[in-house]
Design a protein. Sequence first.
Length: 500
Amino acid sequence: MLLKAVRVFCLSLICALANFPPAATAQAGIGHPSDKDPSARTPVVPATRGDRAEARDIFKQLIEINTTDTPQGNVTAGTQAMQERLLNAGFAPEDVQLLGPDPRKQNLVVRIRAVQPSQEKPVLFLCHMDVVQALRADWHTDPFQFVEKGGYFYGRGTQDMKDSDAALVATFLRLHREGYKPKRDLILALTADEEGGKFNGAQWLLQNHRDLVDAAYVINPDSGGVELDHGRTVVADVEATEKVYADYEVTAINPGGHSSRPRPDNAIYELTTALGKLQAYTFPFELNPITRTYFANLAKQESGRMAEDIGAILATPPDPAAAARLSEEPSFNSNFRTTCVATRLSAGHANNALPQTAQANVNCRIFPGHSPEEIRRQLTSVFGDTKLTVRYVSDAGQVSDTAPDRKAIVPPEPIQEVFEPLTRLTQAIWPGIPVTPVMENGASDSIYFAQAGIPCYGYSAIALERDDDRAHGQDERLPVDSYWKSLDFFYAFAEELGNK
């Protein structure tokens, strides 16, 4: 998603976040609210043993349902399983709707209704159910088997994002079981094809059933969370802007011929030469108000060379040497610039023939302020080979000669009723941790709601080590303790938002 960090709005956001209560104040303000006063501050009440057992069982069930966009995958199997749990718990059928444009890509929309009709729009929790493909041969465990060992849950989706799917289903079940009646509706949407595919559920629901998902704002746990450094809590990130996702098909074409008569103009060589130029190329260093604030807050938690380097990049002008050193950390590098990387290759048609076609997919995450078409042209310039073609590939796999030229979605002004309890509850679980806005280096379904004028905030309440981000990768895993803390957070957070 491309959310241009327009200065006036971002400065408002930064000021609001800077004025959040400190940890001591937040903790002091958390007490057990009176049953007679639903507006009182909600405490973080740890889940009972029974609540945890249910939440673990839901997590296990979701991990072991293959929801990849492959012939073996089926999102509907996952959403149907959750629908069955909710119906068995007593949810009304009209409040647990399964719908979508494809039998294998059905979305689930769950609603906890207000105690009486409210003028306030609902709160929507947005979670995707699909996961990236994982091959058994690449893993040390079966990626579609839920394994607990060494203090971790292993399985495809444990980080992205069946942990939050499960925690929120468990939260809705617990709230229903306890007879919770909010002042405004709470909605949970479990959707298809966020990771790719032709039937993106968030987009489809907005276009075809907006009444089911229309909300005052969206909480999207597909981003944000608590950063750990060797067990030390560093910062809690709240997504305030995102990069834009874009794929490009890079193709070299050649007449080919017999392999016994090789020529210099070989399609494979031409393509790999171009990719070598991309490997050596670094997009320009950039900061925006969101990333600047993130690093300014981070500098207060660091010391030594890292703190000095962060200070140096925040100076005017920024120090290129400090930027280069910090860029050695992949997550920092992604915060500084657009990134593009080759992710797939195909070439040739026979072992004894010169290749007629060589093709690569280049995946880019575009810094706010730049369009996919601008980056397509920049890639063409980097390759410097007029015989190569660089074409845009849509999420649905459609290839075109030009890319979208959209640049900016103005970020909304901060909503205090979201950020105040988010900060307070986070600091109750992780005392003293600063909460800061961040730019999401990936992309999420927040884009569709932002384009529809609905504010979106990304926060997972999941604590992960900086160097243990395994989403989309080998042996994806989640610390067991992180899951329990996110479960406690979302129960308190949902309950409080529902009472606003």
